[in-house]
Write a new protein. Structure first.
Length: 285
């Protein structure tokens, strides 16, 4: 298979993430996909970068799937970086290539197809999205196949989908964020996306909390950085030893988050239920 990972982070955000976990968001996806699909060829695009070469719909059509990463950019801001991302997503839709996005990836696809995104205001999902529940449509949708009636997932975001585009299907929600998973169809393209982060390790969750400590303190989720560290440290420890039942109990996490294979359910379902059938329909071996 041939995959394209679209790294939505601008250069300064990539550097900051590498400093904390050793990988950019795109590199996290690349490493994970290489482990999940033996022999996959994986390229990386950087659509937010000013010097990134423009990719045509014909070039994108040469891939079996496109994956869009998270990003600190706000898609409701009319900036050159955001405009480049939206244009890139529209080219993906036009190419007919299956696409998947987490967090900002879902937001980019929403706006590119005609929906809207907004800031969350004082609300936050930081660390984990809790009690995610499939909608009636989501219960039978292959993106969520294998998920229980309610589950948690890694998440950290300050923006959310306000309104899905026409023809989109809401697949999962929780009490904090209405649009937690969705299918978006636009032109010849099909996008499956989630607001949470099935691609992240627990160590990357802990690092994200530390990177956003100032924001979390400002919005009252913690009193100071020491309080953030008191949460991040056991998440790190559970990442190193997933059998620590004491830490799982303290953090209120079960196997849907702790077990790496279950945590990646949506990515695996996307590949198995959308990418592989589309590849066969295109006559690719």
């Amino acid at each position: 298979m041939k995959f394209l990972v679209a790294e939505s982070e601008p250069p300064e955000a990539r550097d900051k993430r590498r400093a904390s976990v050793g990988r950019s968001s795109g590199e996290t996806f690349i490493d994970l996909l290489a482990a999940m699909v033996s022999g996959a060829r994986i390229d990386r695009a950087k659509p937010a970068d000013a010097d990134a070469p423009e990719m045509s719909r014909e070039t994108i059509a040469g891939y079996d799937a496109v994956f869009l990463t998270g990003s600190p950019l706000h898609v409701y801001d009319d900036t050159p970086e955001v405009r480049r991302q939206i244009a890139f997503m529209r080219a993906i839709f036009a190419s007919g290539t299956p696409s998947f996005g987490s967090c900002a990836g879902l937001q980019v696809a929403t706006v590119a197809a005609g929906g809207t995104v907004r800031p969350m205001g004082a609300r936050r999902e930081a660390g984990f999205a809790r009690r995610l529940v499939a909608t009636a449509a989501g219960r039978d949708h292959p993106l969520l196949a294998g998920r229980p009636a309610a589950f948690d997932a890694p998440a950290i975001h300050t923006d959310e989908v306000e309104a899905l585009p026409a023809g989109a299907t809401l697949l999962a929600s929780n009490r904090v964020t209405h649009v937690q998973a969705a299918e978006i169809r636009c032109g010849d393209g099909v996008f499956w996306g989630v607001q949470y982060h099935p691609e992240l390790s627990l160590g990357e969750v802990a690092a994200a909390l530390r990177r956003q400590a100032d924001d979390l303190v400002e919005h009252g989720l913690a009193r100071d950085e020491a309080a953030i560290e008191a949460i991040a440290a056991p998440i790190d420890a559970l990442d190193e030893d997933p059998k620590r039942d004491d830490l799982a109990w303290q953090l209120g996490l079960d196997e849907q988050v702790i077990d790496a294979r279950l945590r990646r359910t949506e990515l695996r379902n996307f590949i198995d239920h959308l990418v592989r059938p589309t590849r066969r329909a295109r006559g690719r071996s």
